[in-house]
Structure formats: C-alpha cells, structure tokens
Design a protein around this ligand. Structure first.
Ligand code: KIV
Length: 286
C-alpha cells in the first residue's frame, strides 16, 4: 500500500476555491485517538486549538490555557503521525508581549510537533507575524470573532455586521496576507463579509460560522461528534451523538457489574488443568 504524503503548508497555501481547488477540511484534535480519527477520515488539517480549554479541560473560556498546555496536546496529536497538517494554536498572552517572546513560544509548539502556528488578530499583530515568518514559522491568521478577545468584544458575538467593520476586516485580512500568513480562519462573520475577504485574498480562508463562501471549513471535534452536547451554536452541525452512545455504553457496563454479568468466564484468565488440580489438592489439604 502506498504511504500517503504528508500535507504541507505550501500545499495548503495554494488551495483557492476560485482556482478550482476542493474545499479545505480542518478539524480540531487534542490527543492521539482524536488525531487518528481525523486522519482516517481524510481531513487536510488538524488544529490543536485553544478550544481544548473549553471542550476538554472544562474551563468557561479559552483564556485559561498556556503554551505548556498547548505543547502537551500538540505532542499527543503529533505522536499519531497524521498525514494532515498539524497547526498549533498560540494561546492568549503568548504572542502579545514582544516578537521575541512570540517566536520562543511558537518554537515550543513546533518542537512539540506542530508544522505551523495560528494566532488571533489583525493589523496590530503584524510585528509578531513578521517575526515568526522571519524565523521560518508558518502562520495561520484568525479574524472576526476571536475568542481570546471575548472581554474586549463583550462576549462571543458575530463581528463585522456593519459596512465599516466589514471593510476593516478586509483590510486586516490583506495585511495578514502581506505579512506572510499562509491561510486565515474567519470566525463568526456574515456570509457576505467572508465572501468579500475570500475574494480579496490569494491565500485560503477557512470558515467557522462564516458561511459557505470560504475556501474551507473548520469545526471543533467535540461539537461535530456530539461529545459536547451542552451548547450548540447556530453554525455547528452535529454529525453524531457520541456522548449519548457513550453514556448508554457506560450505563450498560454499570448494570452488568452490579448484576454480576460482567466479567464472564470468557472475559477472565484461567489456570491450566494441571495447575488448577495442584491448587485444588493443595487447597483441599490432601
Ligand atoms: O481553538 C479553536 O478550536 C479554534 C477554531 C474555532 C478555529 O480556534
């Protein structure tokens, strides 16, 4: 069987729908089993997102995770050796202080196994993006509803609903492309605005809550699979109800343990006849 070639940043950077490319498929994953599931499904990119804070670690927002947390999860994903491109998400405060600190933090994710990093924000992040590109670290941008800005934005709110804000978003996207980003995530923006940005850029846009006009789409693993079943934003499509299946299975296990139906003889280890005989002779006191 031919070994599939590993996805690369340059291979992603040219995937524009208007040039006839198939839409890019990206999903988050935070551990080796998740990466294997994503890879067997044939996705193009695996994002080790800071959403790990909310869907795995139980926090209410993404601001609680550190570079060490993201490196830990990136390494777990990388151990699955996926064909898909691995993107390490730079967490809040890891790229806000100085370009030098940004490069060191990105290096930690690259050494953990990421092939590139993602960071949130527009023109004010340009010095950091330029420093990363200069250090040979490929960068994916992230614009629109950027969850690390939740306090500044007043919550998780759809962005660029007004024409002026839409034009600012297009300008931010062009600036990210000019600084060397190889792709841009567009989150929580009107479909029409995502279409304008996608049209304005030569690099691909990856949408989440940004309508169908992007060059690709991304969803959070736990949302798509229905492992996270508490909140369902409008843009999430659940393709399975894995939490329901899991609760059903664990309930059946608990019932079997309590009734004595688990484990059965076939699920237990046994001595061979000779040893069994010896022990029963010994046990009988003969
Ligand atoms: O961390 C994450 O999961 C993300 C996606 C929503 C794009 O940034």
């Amino acid at each position: 069987m031919a070994v599939p070639t590993r996805m690369t940043v340059p291979a992603i950077a040219v995937r524009k729908a208007r040039h006839g490319s198939d839409p890019l498929v990206m999903i988050t994953a935070y551990d080796a089993p998740g990466a294997r599931i994503a890879d067997e499904a044939g996705v193009d990119m695996i994002l080790v997102g800071d959403s790990v804070a909310m869907v795995v670690l139980g926090y209410d927002d993404t601001l609680q995770v550190t570079v060490d947390d993201l490196a830990h999860h990136t390494a777990a994903v990388a151990r699955a050796k996926p064909r898909a491109l691995i993107i390490g998400d730079l967490p809040w405060m890891s790229y806000h202080v100085s370009p030098a600190e940004t490069v060191c933090n990105a290096a930690q994710l690259i050494r953990a196994g990421a092939q590139c990093v993602k960071l949130e924000g527009g023109r004010k992040r340009l010095p950091m993006i330029e420093a990363l590109v200069d250090a040979e670290v490929p960068v994916m941008g992230h614009l629109g509803l950027t969850p690390q800005s939740m306090h500044a934005m007043g919550g998780f709110k759809v962005q660029a609903r007004e024409s002026e804000a839409a034009l600012e978003l297009v300008a931010d996207a062009k600036a990210l492309q000019h600084a060397g980003c190889f792709a841009v995530v567009l989150e929580g923006v009107p479909d029409e605005v995502a279409g304008m940005v996608t049209e304005a850029l030569d690099i691909p846009t990856i949408g989440i809550g940004a309508g169908p006009r992007c060059d690709g789409q991304v969803l959070v693993f736990h949302d798509l699979l229905g492992i996270e079943d508490r909140v369902a934003p409008k843009f999430v499509r659940r393709y399975a109800s894995v939490k329901d299946v899991a609760v059903e299975a664990v309930t059946a296990f608990a019932a079997d343990v309590r009734s004595g139906a688990f484990p059965s003889a076939a699920e237990s280890y046994h001595l061979n006849a000779e040893q069994s005989e010896a022990l029963s002779l010994y046990g009988s006191g003969a």
